[in-house]
Design a protein around this ligand. Sequence first.
Ligand code: EPU
Length: 428
Amino acid sequence: MDKFIIEGGNSLYGSVRISGAKNAALPAMAAAILTSDDVHLSGMPDLADVTTMVDLLEKMGIRTEGYKENAQDTDLQRSITINTSGINTYDAPYELVKTMRASVLVLGPLAARYGSARVSLPGGCAIGSRPIDLHLKGLAALGANVSIDHGYINIKAKKLKAAKIVFDTTTVTGTENIMMAATLAEGTTVVENAAKEPEVTSLAEQLVRMGARIKGAGTDILVIEGVHKLQGCSFDIIPDRIEAGTYIIAAAASGGEVEITNCNPRHLDALLFKIKEAGISYTETDSSITVKREKQSRIRSVSIKTMPYPNFPTDLQAQFMTLMTQGDNTSVITETIFENRLMHVGELRRMGADIRVEGNIAIVKGKTGLMGAPIMATDLRASASLVIAGLIADGRTEVSRIYHLDRGYEIMEKKLSSIGARVKRVKE
Ligand code: EPU
């Protein structure tokens, strides 16, 4: 297992290029199951979760080319070509699903194209119980027979039939699963209370390029007119707004001047609004954001509440909390998406942060001088918040279990080092 050793205190200067979005790449790969033609995806990030999805597809007999071969070549624009014509099983086994919940994204495409799927039911995870009941209710509404045995979801369907589906809660991968399934269903499906995240919109664009008929992407009502067949496509993965947001927050917390390139500022409006409210200045172009802060300048404490897009993302809550430990007053951070996503609080406290938790609310008192300490990553975004804490702490911080980080941040230690942070990856 690897860990990061961070010597805190440096301001950050330079430029960081953002990778393709993990949460766009995973559904884009699953969507390849909807056609027997080649699906070519470019701008792919080099991440453990993407490798898990490659393994899952290959286990089903699906051919992938280009991704694993270039695994070490970090300067290369990664791409992958997926061809599902050799598929020989519709199973997603427990070993893979337990390492990556997003494996459930194969459910919708398998149900639509093959009328059969057997996918391990994901268990609870570090950030909450995360049921997938809405995915399953949606598929059942489309006419699939859904049953659960021995920890596996079994789907059987002849031909999916269009339906009106109203999600009780906005669900990102649930919307993606149902949208994919409905592209090949008979008739016109309407999904209400659909997720509006840029990754959902990106998937809709890819599906349309494959011949799907989808209206309303980016709004909460999707209208999907089923077609007989989809074809292959070439598609570019959108930049990772959460990775970009993480570097924006790292730069704001550390001070300095950092240009974050290959990002879409419009996907980050909720964060940028709060960054501005906190008194941190930034400039933007169509595809970059430059954050600038004098190290000694005041950071205003501001409150946030996580909500589905376009509101403040839960995936940036932990990182923003670290920034708020440097605020001039009190910040109230409310997590409304996941019930257990304040695990980083304990570790931040060990570094000297003054944070009180009441249910799903964290009350962060600033400004506290953080002290380097041995700390442990608990999930992907919590880990990022701890790395940022290490960057601004006095002395040396050791972040263990950074396999969590490798799931969603490409070469983070290299990117941070290139802008002046002192971060080393070592074997534990
Ligand atoms: N929910 C249900 N039933 C369902 C589905 C969801 O009750 O059938 C609940 C969840 O328990 C949660 C809420 O609905 O309380 C929202 O969950 P959602 O389904 O939107 O989450 P997800 O699709 O499992 C994706 C991202 C997450 C991100 C969330 C929220 C992917 C692969 N994952 O998860 O990303 O936090 O949306 O935006 O797209 C991450 O990258 O670190 C990460 C966790």
